[in-house]
Structure formats: structure tokens, C-alpha cells
Write a protein that binds this ligand. Structure first.
Ligand code: NAG
Ligand code: NAG
Length: 697
């Protein structure tokens, strides 16, 4: 009898779970931190913005969803963007390990767009000028870490449910090109309350077996991670990266720096014209308002810069991060989140943008316009930069020489009359599509991809859509999904800076104004319109279960790369000193609010990426002959600052700073430093340093 009952019970369970099958869900995080010194950061294109250590480590956060038939992988990486070659290498490693389970069809890799991490990992030449060409350690660090995060997600797959929710965040973003936004039709603008998207959208993953256990979350909020400006020299995942760390620390309370089973991402979306510097732009010297159209200041040499909300860039990063974190934590806790149910679908196609020709019919008038994509080109306003970082590479009065640029410049091609007409009204500053030495400068071929998780769609886009561009894309995709049978409440999310990087996508109306975003819309005025048609095509095929051809495969640029970043030659310890010797001891007594610091004889941080390790440890004496680690180089409270002492002799120093937080326990503490040095006769060896003990009262 008992046996019969239990069989009946099993049958009932099976039939119930058939009605609403749960998904298999895996989450994983891994370290992708780039070379920590002397590599130019990617984002502001300032040659002088070279790394000098670490404030926050970079992570890759991977999420796998499977329904027994299909799989979708979404990865958010603390990097300025994703590049084709990085993704290709990750896919090769996945295929070696898992066969055809993970391919370019079902893997989305999205960069958070932090501007404070090492560059040189893209292969298109324009993006490597400021890093003296391709930087292999940056590239390899991303590839190995992204792969490891997906592997960890794969190994953690467990039955789970998905919930979607959203809420507004005030005071975390502003539009940095309002004059361009205002050129969008009034009737369209009237449909929206703000000139940026203020909604944070969250997918929450919960264990089926233990409903109280949250496995992970992906949050999308439109904001540039440019709270850290180009004066920063420490690797940082910026506002969104710190928001992730805060969320992970909350959900993994027993784990240092949030290591643990819960993984929480803040991924990029339509952030193209969105700044976190919410105090807005001001002329730096005079304090006057900047010109709204040109972002110019009256006085020569005065720069128009946006800042805030904090007293400095660290403070601003922390404030914005906390606003994102607070709302994400609130959404994790609410009951009204809607469960996501239904099948998984995903589709991918490469598109040769300059080859696109479309006839667009105006719905109201029936008028047909022929549009086309242009060969990539950057406009003059690209050189002016933005209020988050004015005047990048080619500004007037520039004092930093770049030999590589000088050398290449001599080979510059001229734009044709047809290029000039195609990009009109954009004046062409760099005809990147006509330049092929040493490799292509910007991609012609981009990746387009659309995923459907039940009633939630993710449109993975190869660049930075502006606010209104993102809204148009979401609306167009949503309409096609509904026409093909999706529920009215289907939600479309723009997955920013995914798979390949092709700069900005402004609306045709914003393009006319030629702010930075319009000048950096590289396939001409109709770039967005072409994308909207392409994603409608993807949505249509996805819903009808039709296969599309793969499209033209992007070229392999790896053979023609130039790398001029000088390697680490040798590390030398000063006379009568050894690596790791503490040359500046911390103060003997300190209290909460103080910054304790110690300096050590060090090797070059580029000798080892120290993935999943740390260059420093802050330790507390637990009174039982043991030292407990209270912070590493991935924590907000610590800074690892590396300084060259003498380039000729190869000597350097590592300063470790620790800001004592309000909750730090009184007791005896010490600072440790870990590193590697390069020996003159070859070989790389590890060393350790240890400070004197000090007391926190
Ligand atoms: C960058 O931030 C620092 C510190 O907050 C500030 O002093 C400086 O003026 C800013 N510079 C730019 C170009 O934004
Ligand atoms: C667009 O319309 C023109 C004129 O009717 C036609 O010649 C052309 O082939 C059409 N192009 C596409 C891509 O349909």
C-alpha cells in the first residue's frame, strides 16, 4: 500500500512538473583581471592613463539556462566591451571541453563598459592605438577567466526558477548629449518621462529544491561605468562592478570579497548617451556652464567635464554603486516578481553592415526610402570626446607623442566622394573603413543575436545604443514577437557591448546633431534603422523556428597584429634589500577611518596576473596563533599601488593602503604582499613580504 502511494505521489509530481517545468540553472564567477601595471586603460583612449595597480579586480560572471532541449549562456564581463577574437577563443576552449554544447549560436558575452581596465584585447587597430598595439596578457586574462566562469556555471547547473522584475532608480544617471536627444521627434519623446532609461531590470534565479536559496541575478541598468575618470590609474570595475561586489557580499556573507555560490551581475544596456556624473557638466577652470551643443567652454584650454555626485571619483563610484545595489537588493527580496516560464530560443547572425541596402516604407505616408550602410568612419566630434572624458587621442595641443600613431598616420587613406556622401552630415575625421594597415581599423562585420527565455527577450547588440536607439529596438522587437504569438507583456532587454565592438548607435535624428555618439556611429546615419530591421528579422525567424544563414564570418586579424608594449625586462631589488622587504612600515596604532599603508620592494605586477589570488592581504591575529584574512586586493577598502623607482635599474615599490572601516574589530593586524620578480638570467620567481604588526583600537 505504502509503495503504491509513493508511486502515485511520484506520478503526480511528474505530471505537475510537466505543466510548469523548471529550468536547469548554473552560475559561475571567475577572475579576469588584466596586467596590473603600465598598460593603458581601455575607454578614454588616453595614452597616459596607464595602470599602476588595483583598486577592484575584474570578474566574468556567467549564467547558463537550459530547458532539457536548448541552452542559453549569458556572460557579463568587467571589461570595456567584448571583442570578436576573445569570444572566438573562449568558444574554441568550450568546444574542446564540451563538444557542440556551447557555440556562437547560444553564447552571449557582454562587456560592462568599465573605462578603468587594461586595453589591447581588441584586434581592430583603432582600438589598440592607445595601448601600443595588441596586449596579449590582457587578451589571455579575459579568455581564460571567461572560460573558467562558464565552466563553473556548467558544473553548478541545478533545477531552478527564474523571476523578472523592474523598478526605477532616481539619481544615478543623466543624458550627456541632451541636445542630440532633443532632435528626436517630439511625439516620440512625449512617450517617455525621462531622457534616459531609469528602470533597472532584474532576472533572479532561485533554486527549485530550496526556494529560499537565490542562485544568482542579472541586473541591467543604463549607465556608463565612468564614475572613475581618466585621472584614475588603478584597475577598477567602476560603479556597476562595485555594485556586483556589494550584492555578492550580501548574498555570500561568509565569504571574503563575495566569493561563493551566489553570482550577481550588473550588465550593460542602452548606455550610449548616459553618464553617471549626475552633477552634470561644468567648465573645469571657470565653473561656468558649457555650451549645450558643442560642450565647449569660453576660455581657451578650459575643459567641459561632468562630475558627481561625490566629492571625488572614488566617492562618486561608491555612491552610484550603492544606489544600484540598493535597488537590486530590494528587487531580490520582493514577492511581486513575475515567474518566467516557457521555452528557450536563441538565434545568431553575422551581418556585413556596409553592404546593407534596404527599402524602408513609412507607415504613415507609404513613402519608400532607400537606405544603405557606409564603410566605417569616425566623425570630427569623436576627437572632442565626451563630458565624461573630454578630448581623447587626437585633441589639439596634445603633448603626448605616440610614435606608433605617427608611423601609421603616413599610411592613412582618403575617404572617397561616395564615403563623404554616405556619412553626410558627418565630416569624416578617420576613414577607418578605408584603412587596412596593419589590420582593419573597425569591423565591417558585426554579430547580431537574440535570445528568448520564456517571456523575456535579450537583444545582444555589438555596440553602444543610445537611450532612444535602445527604446526603438526594444519596441520593434517586441512588436514582432507579439505578432508571432508572444504574450503582450513580453519584455525586451538590450544586452549592450556584446560579442563584437562597433562603437555607437545613435538614432538618425541624433546623428544629424553630430555629438560624440553621432560622430562615433560608424556605419552612417542609417546604422540604427539597419539594426532595427535586422533584429526584427531575427525575432521573426526565432518565433517561426526558421533557420537563418550564418552570415559572413569576421576576418581573422591575429596574423597582422602589432605589439609594441615593452616587455618586463628584469626586476632588481635595491642594494642590500630583497624582494618583499617592507621599506615603509604601517603606523603602530590606527583607528576606524584611518588609512594604514605599508611599502614593499616589489617585482613588476605584469609578471603574473595573480588570477584568483591577491597581491596583498590584510590579516588579523585571532589570538589562537592564527591570522585571519580580512581583506584582499579585490576589496573596496584596499588599494594596491605599484610605482617604478628606476626604470633603468628595474627597481619598483608596491604600496598597500587599507582604509579601516567602521566595523573593523579592534586587535592586532599586519599587511602581507605577494608578487613575482623576473630574474636577470631568465625565469620568474615568487616572493612574499610582511609588515610589522600594528594595533587597531
Ligand atoms: C577627475 O577626478 C578628479 C578627482 O575627483 C578631479 O580632481 C579631476 O578634475 C577630474 N578630471 C577630469 C578630467 O574629469
Ligand atoms: C529598392 O527599391 C528600388 C526601386 O524600386 C529597387 O531597384 C531595389 O532593388 C530595391 N532594393 C531592395 C534591397 O529591395
Amino acid at each position: 500500500m505504502l509503495k503504491l502511494l509513493s508511486i502515485a505521489f511520484i506520478l503526480i509530481t511528474i505530471s505537475v512538473s510537466n505543466v510548469k517545468a523548471d529550468y536547469g540553472i548554473g552560475v559561475g564567477r571567475a577572475d579576469v583581471t588584466g596586467p596590473a601595471a603600465e598598460v593603458t586603460f581601455m575607454g578614454y583612449a588616453r595614452i597616459e592613463q596607464k595602470g599602476q595597480g588595483i583598486h577592484l579586480r575584474q570578474y566574468s560572471r556567467a549564467f547558463i539556462i537550459e530547458d532539457g532541449t536548448d541552452r542559453i549562456v549569458f556572460v557579463s564581463v568587467d571589461a570595456c566591451m567584448m571583442g570578436h577574437a576573445v569570444r572566438e577563443k573562449v568558444l574554441q576552449k568550450l568546444s574542446a571541453q564540451y563538444g557542440d554544447l556551447y557555440t556562437e549560436q547560444n553564447v552571449i558575452i557582454s562587456g560592462t563598459h568599465t573605462h578603468s581596465t587594461p586595453g589591447g584585447f581588441l584586434m581592430d587597430f583603432l582600438f589598440d592605438i592607445s595601448t601600443y598595439g595588441f596586449v596579449k596578457p590582457t587578451f589571455n586574462g579575459l579568455v581564460s577567466g571567461i572560460f573558467l566562469s562558464i565552466k563553473r556555471a556548467h558544473e553548478s547547473i541545478t533545477p531552478g526558477k527564474i523571476f523578472v522584475s523592474s523598478s526605477e532608480i532616481q539619481d544615478a544617471n543623466i543624458n550627456r548629449s541632451p541636445s542630440a536627444y532633443l532632435n528626436n521627434p517630439e511625439s516620440e519623446r512625449a512617450q517617455y518621462k525621462y531622457d534616459v532609461d531609469k528602470d533597472i531590470v532584474q532576472l533572479k534565479f532561485v533554486s527549485s529544491e530550496e526556494p529560499d536559496r537565490i542562485l544568482g541575478a542579472i541586473n541591467w541598468f543604463a549607465v556608463h561605468p565612468t564614475s572613475m575618470n581618466y585621472t584614475n590609474r588603478l584597475i577598477s570595475s567602476d560603479n556597476v562592478g562595485y555594485a556586483s561586489i556589494l550584492l555578492e557580499k550580501k548574498l555570500n556573507p561568509d565569504h571574503l570579497t563575495g566569493r561563493g555560490p551566489f553570482v550577481g551581475a550588473f550588465a550593460s544596456t542602452n548606455l550610449g548617451d548616459v553618464s553617471p556624473n549626475i552633477r552634470g557638466p561644468r567648465c573645469q577652470k571657470s565653473g561656468n556652464v558649457c555650451d549645450i551643443l558643442s560642450s565647449k567652454c569660453k576660455e581657451w584650454g578650459d575643459l567641459c567635464v561632468a562630475s558627481g555626485p561625490g566629492v571625488d571619483i572614488f566617492d562618486s563610484t561608491q555612491i552610484i554603486a550603492n544606489r544600484l545595489y540598493d535597488k537590486a537588493a530590494y528587487l531580490l527580496g520582493i514577492e511581486v516578481a513575475k515567474e518566467v516560464t516557457g521555452p528557450l530560443k536563441i538565434i545568431h547572425q553575422y551581418v556585413d553592415m556596409p553592404k546593407q541596402r534596404l527599402n524602408i516604407t513609412n507607415r504613415a505616408t507609404g513613402e519608400v526610402t532607400q537606405i544603405r550602410g557606409c564603410l566605417p568612419a569616425m566623425g570630427y566630434s569623436f576627437a572632442a570626446g565626451t563630458i565624461d572624458g573630454p578630448g581623447p587621442i587626437f585633441e589639439q595641443g596634445q603633448t603626448t607623442e605616440n610614435d606608433l600613431w605617427n608611423y601609421i598616420r603616413d599610411k592613412i587613406a582618403k575617404p572617397t566622394a561616395d564615403d563623404i556622401e554616405c556619412h553626410n552630415p558627418k565630416p569624416i575625421f578617420i576613414p577607418t573603413g578605408r584603412m587596412s594597415y596593419p589590420t582593419e581599423w573597425q569591423p565591417n562585420i558585426v554579430a547580431t543575436q537574440l535570445a528568448l527565455i520564456g517571456n523575456v527577450a535579450i537583444a545582444a547588440v555589438p555596440g553602444e545604443f543610445t537611450t532612444m536607439s535602445g527604446r526603438r529596438l526594444r519596441n520593434a522587437v517586441k512588436e514582432v514577437l507579439i505578432e508571432n504569438g508572444a504574450d503582450e507583456d513580453v519584455r525586451v532587454i538590450v544586452g549592450g557591448l556584446s560579442n563584437i565592438y562597433s562603437d555607437y548607435i545613435a538614432t538618425p535624428e541624433e546623428y544629424q546633431i553630430q555629438r560624440y555618439e553621432g560622430a562615433s556611429t560608424i556605419y552612417g546615419p542609417h546604422t540604427l534603422t539597419i539594426y532595427v530591421e535586422q533584429y526584427k528579422k531575427l525575432a521573426n525567424a526565432l518565433m517561426k523556428n526558421e533557420k537563418l544563414d550564418e552570415g559572413p564570418y569576421p576576418p581573422d586579424l591575429s596574423k597582422d597584429l602589432i605589439s609594441l608594449l615593452p616587455p618586463v625586462i628584469v626586476d632588481i631589488a635595491p642594494w642590500r634589500k630583497g624582494f618583499g622587504d617592507c621599506v615603509k612600515q604601517p603606523a603602530k596604532i590606527a583607528k576606524p577611518g584611518d588609512v594604514v599603508s605599508a611599502s614593499f620592494v616589489s617585482g613588476h605586477p605584469r609578471n603574473n596576473l595573480m588570477h584568483e589570488k591577491t597581491f596583498l592581504q590584510i590579516e588579523r591575529d585571532d589570538g589562537q596563533d592564527d591570522w585571519k584574512v580580512v581583506a584582499t586586493d579585490a576589496d573596496w577598502e584596499t588599494r594596491f599601488i605599484w610605482r617604478r623607482k628606476n626604470a633603468l635599474l628595474g627597481t619598483s615599490e608596491a604600496e598597500i593602503q587599507w582604509t579601516i572601516g567602521p566595523n573593523v574589530k579592534p586587535g592586532i593586524y599586519r599587511i602581507r604582499h605577494f608578487g613575482y620578480y623576473k630574474y636577470i638570467q631568465g625565469g620568474i620567481f615568487d616572493y612574499e613580504g610582511l609588515s610589522d604588526n600594528f594595533e587597531v583600537i
